[in-house]
Every structure is written in C-alpha cells, then in structure tokens.
Design a protein around this ligand. Structure first.
Ligand code: THU
Length: 134
C-alpha cells in the first residue's frame, strides 16, 4: 500500500459501484484493485438476463488488470450497499491465483464503514498455482 492511501482505493471502489449494471438484483458493487506498480483497476458487477453469466465487481477489476499486463497486487477495496460485504467464494478463488495474501478492504456504498482482512484469512488453505507445483 506504499504510496496509495487506503482512502484513494476506497474512493475508487465507491466511484466504480455507481457504474454497476445490476438491474436484476439491484445490488450494486464496486471494486478497486491496486497493482504493485501503483496502477488502480476499477470494476463493477455486470449482470445478465441469463443470470448465471453475471460477473462480480472484483473479477471485472482483476480481469481488466491482467489483460493490461499487471500480475502482482497489493490490495483491493470493495464497496457494497448499506454495510461492507466480503467477496464471494468465486472471487476469493480468482484473486488467490495472483495474490494469496492480498489486503481486502471492505466498505459500504459511501465508503464510511471500513473493515479489513487478508485474503489468506478469507480463503484459508486455498488452492492455487503452488498446489499444482507451478
Ligand atoms: N456481487 C459482486 O459483485 N461481488 C461479490 O463479491 C458478491 C456479489 C454481485 C453479483 C450480483 O450482481 C450481485 O452482487 C448480487 O449477488
């Protein structure tokens, strides 16, 4: 987190949440992922009429980052609704691939209440590249 304050990451997640496409659940989520080189990749949830093809905010942010060449990450801020929410299981797994000890900053729609955890706490004994000997 050197150089980029938590407040900036939270602000970017709150901003991204406003761009959520969530007409079916009505539950908007924003994420801001901080890469080791200082770049911030923002994402929102993108729902689909088929429901099952919905992509969460965290994965949108991560896939944007990977496709732009970032591979190492320090932290992710996630902005939900009335209170902070933790990333879903699928997003934990996808983030674990690149950053097993990622700092996860969880906040509400306004960026007011903030909670923190390490991904290694949220996904203990996770399955990752090392499990394959990679
Ligand atoms: N959602 C996220 O974007 N991130 C999460 O970690 C949990 C769930 C989205 C998916 C769906 O569009 C809506 O929130 C309700 O589940």
């Amino acid at each position: 987190m050197e150089g980029t304050p938590r407040e900036e990451l939270v602000r970017r997640a709150v901003e991204a949440r406003k761009r959520a496409y969530a007409p079916y659940s009505g539950f908007a989520v924003g994420a801001a992922l901080l890469a080791a080189d200082g770049r911030i990749f923002a994402g929102c949830n993108v729902e689909n009429a088929s429901y099952g093809l919905t992509v969460c905010a965290e994965r949108t942010a991560l896939f944007k980052a990977i496709s732009e060449g970032a591979r190492e990450f320090e932290a992710i801020a996630i902005a939900c609704g009335e209170g902070p929410c933790a990333p879903c299981g699928a997003c934990r797994q996808v983030l674990y691939e690149f950053a097993p000890d990622l700092l996860v900053i969880m906040t509400d729609a306004a960026g007011g209440e903030v909670r923190e955890a390490r991904l290694s706490e949220l996904l203990p004994r996770g399955f990752g590249p090392k499990s394959l000997g990679a």
